[in-house]
Write a protein that binds this ligand. Sequence first.
Ligand SMILES: C[S@@+](CC[C@H](N)C(=O)[O-])C[C@H]1O[C@@H](n2cnc3c(N)ncnc32)[C@H](O)[C@@H]1O
Length: 300
Amino acid sequence: MGQTHIRTPKNFVLEERLERYADAIEVAPEIYRGSWAAACAPVRAASAATADDPAASPAPAAGTFDAVYLDLGCGKGAYLAACAARDPRSLYLGMDTEPICIAYAAQRIVENRLKNALVLPRSAESLARIFAPGELAGITLNFPTPFPKRKYAGKRLVNVDHLLAYRALLAPDARVTLRTDSQPLRDYALTQFEAAGYALHWVSDDVRAEHPGHPETEYEARLAAQGAAVYGICATPAAAPTPAQIQAGRDAEQSLAEYLPRDLGSLTYVPLGMEGYVVNARNRMAKGKAATPNSDARAR
Ligand SMILES: C[S@@+](CC[C@H](N)C(=O)[O-])C[C@H]1O[C@@H](n2cnc3c(N)ncnc32)[C@H](O)[C@@H]1O
């Protein structure tokens, strides 16, 4: 999982899990490009209607889902499953590069007998091969891997090039929603949404209080217990950005340390992935080696 560590039980055998929960995993998602809503609904409607599975979530009667939502970097699937359970007329797709996450998310879907959720073992880089223009009603980016170092800025799921790729796949008025424990990542993302020509619906320092409709994710629960706030952005594509606007976004691809508060002593919570940097910067400041906490960030 990028820079994060996934704990697995001792008896966890990945291949076995992937096989056991295969019904909820789409291993060839490219086949459904342009037809997710129609192609996935009839099968699920038929299986949901069987009398021997009364607890199955009701599927759409008309044989097509109303909308298709993508949870990009879905992790172990808590958010995906909660969204699918409360909105049976829509199809919820989770995408993740980490096979262990795929196995856990698929297990959750199968055990909750959700007929309107699937997981796709793919990376964000393959989105255009999996979805047609306008096919997605929304994309959620919940606690995306922050990749704080400048040299990995291209991997951030909120960088301008990723946001440009999402634009093409979104239906009119569809939203991209970021939620993160990282104020630096959120503030960096603001520059990127602007560069990619999005209009902001909201920007929040406390998503849980201000937009409580979002189910809790695994990372959210874990980081909240460590004192994290949830920062967020919700935005929709607006007028296509100019080349200069896009370039400004690329030029802003720097270390997330640039977005930390100047006074590191005031930080009560250190965002995921930035622990090492903050400890080092505090030590350097204590020894008087750096004039400001961010003075060496540009080199990273
Ligand atoms: C910090 S975890 C958050 C998981 C979940 N959204 C949550 O909030 O609990 C980030 C997830 O994004 C996945 N990820 C990172 N880069 C990705 C990419 N390019 N495409 C798809 N998934 C990615 C990782 O494998 C990981 O599971």
